[in-house]
Structure formats: C-alpha cells, structure tokens
Design a protein around this ligand. Structure first.
Ligand code: CP
Length: 291
C-alpha cells in the first residue's frame, strides 16, 4: 500500500500534484524554508549516485533537517541484512523519512511494513520520480507549458528509469515524446524516429548515457562511432530549432552521446537541471514531512 507521503513512482501523481510540486519548487528558489522540529532523514543509497544523493543532502540541509548518511559498503548489508530490516532499523532509530536508491526494480514492494515516508531516488531500470520532476521543472521554466511540445529522447532507453518516468509524465501533460538512438536499446519502436529528422522537429533533445554498468555488451561500441551515429554532434546541434534546448540527466559520457564542447553550449540546460534538482527535492521532502 502506497502511503500519501511516499513518492515511489511518477504515476502516483496527478497533473495537479505535479504542478503543485513544480510551483513549490519555484517558490523555494527564492525563499528560505525550514521544516519544524528538524526531523531526521536517512539517505540510503545502495547504488552509486552523485547528483541525486548530494542534491537530496543539499535540500535536506537547507530545510534544516538532520541527516543520517548510510554507507552500504561498511554496513550490516555485508552481513546479509535485508533491505526491509535495514529500513526498519532506520525507522526504529528515529528517521522520519527514507530516501532510497536501489538497483532492484520496484524494491519498494518489499517495504510494506515501513511506516515512515519513502522517497524513491531511483530503482533499477524502473522509476526516477524526482529526476522526472526536475526535468519537468526545467522544461516548464523554458516553455511555460507542456502542451504541444516535441520531446526527443535519444540513447539507451531500455535501461533508462529517467526515460520511463519522463515518458509517462510528459505524455500526461500533453507533450509528444519520440525516441531515437540504437534500435536495440529502444523498447518502444512505435515512437522511433531517425535522429536527424527527430532533432529538427524537437523542442527538447534529451540525451541519455550509455549505461555500461547494466550491459557488458555496450562496451564493444567505440565512443567516436557512437557519437557519429547516435550522438549530438556540432552538425546536429546546428540543425536544432532556434528555441530548442538540450537536456541530459547526467552523468554525461562526454564525446559519446554528446560532443564534449556542447555540454555547456547556449542551448544546454544540463547544469540548470542539477540546480533545479535541489529545489524539486526540497518540495518533495516538504510534501512527505509536513502535514
Ligand atoms: N541523474 C542522476 O540520477 O544522477 P546520479 O546517478 O549521479 O544521481
């Protein structure tokens, strides 16, 4: 049973819930906000992360929360403790919410008996709801609406929890989502378009990293071959519409899915997405912790 204070997948949020989080995030950009009582929050990252982990830490610090930073590598996970027992332990020692990233898809289905809010910071290839919300905020700030926008997602879609979450939300909000990149890593060929055609029509070109850690076979692709065939080269950048933007959830494989010189090009919003991540995560923590 999903608690109202959880955020496990983007599907749980209605259009009005999404706009309420985006508006709160925008308000928090210019407003100091403290959560009363400074509750303890545990960040449980069982899988590597830089942006999500530390933007949650940054958001928690700025809301005045006390933080328990869990390091799975030196924990009793190494003695065989289950995910459920680890979470129940943090609940027992005073955490008032859990932020969890785990490589197992839908890990949260094992956590039915946890009575404090769970915020999903990414599960395997399944869901990444806070990344989705920060992507939505970045697009909304740029275009003021989602209706009628063309979003092209390029790259390793089948392994991407970002693509899976963004597709659901963007479609619900009225955008059209197309896919491009290697066909063998596209899990919905009905959405597939040739890259140059897709780039010319897109308002948002969202690039995805090749997830070498999820598929050994991907290591056979040479970076320069990948860039020429499926990546955003300078030539393709020049085909983009005047007001179109580049997004990428990062980490970026520079010179593979994007020419390194384009990561900070005028059309790139890659670092803006990271800034927005802190505000969105503040809004999500407030939703989970404040009545
Ligand atoms: N975008 C994202 O989830 O990055 P991290 O894996 O570094 O958290």
């Amino acid at each position: 049973m999903i608690k109202k204070t959880d955020l496990l997948t983007i599907d749980e949020l209605s259009e009005s819930d999404i706009f309420s989080i985006l508006k709160k995030a925008m308000l928090l950009t210019n407003k100091d906000w403290q959560i009363e009582g400074n509750p303890l929050v545990a960040n449980l990252f069982f899988e590597d992360s830089t942006r999500t982990h530390y933007s949650f830490s940054s958001a928690e610090n700025s809301l005045g929360l006390k933080i328990l930073e869990f390091n799975a590598g030196v924990s009793s996970v190494n003695k065989g403790e289950s995910l459920y027992d680890t979470c129940k332990t943090f609940e027992s020692i005073g955490a008032k919410a859990l932020v969890i990233r785990h490589k197992k898809n839908e890990y949260y289905k094992e956590l039915e008996g946890i009575n404090i809010p769970i915020i999903n910071a990414g599960d395997g290839t399944g869901n990444h709801p806070t990344q989705c919300l920060l992507d939505l905020l970045t697009i909304y700030q740029e275009f003021g609406s989602f209706k009628g926008l063309n979003v092209l997602i390029v790259g390793d879609i089948s392994h991407s929890r970002v693509a899976h979450s963004d597709l659901k939300a963007l479609t619900m909000l009225g955008a059209t989502v197309k896919y491009s990149g290697p066909k063998q890593y596209c899990d919905d060929l009905d959405r597939y378009v040739e890259l140059d055609e897709g780039i010319k029509a897109a308002d948002v070109v969202m690039l995805l990293r090749i997830q070498y850690e999820r598929d050994e076979k991907l290591k056979d692709l040479l970076p320069e071959e990948y860039l020429a065939k499926y990546g955003l080269t300078i030539e393709r950048y020049n085909m983009m519409k005047g007001k179109a933007i580049i997004m990428h959830p990062a980490p970026v494989n520079r010179g593979v899915e994007i020419d390194s010189s384009l990561v900070e090009a005028p059309k790139s919003r890659i670092f803006k997405q990271m800034e927005n991540g802190v505000q969105v995560r503040k809004a999500v923590l407030i939703r989970s912790l404040c009545k």
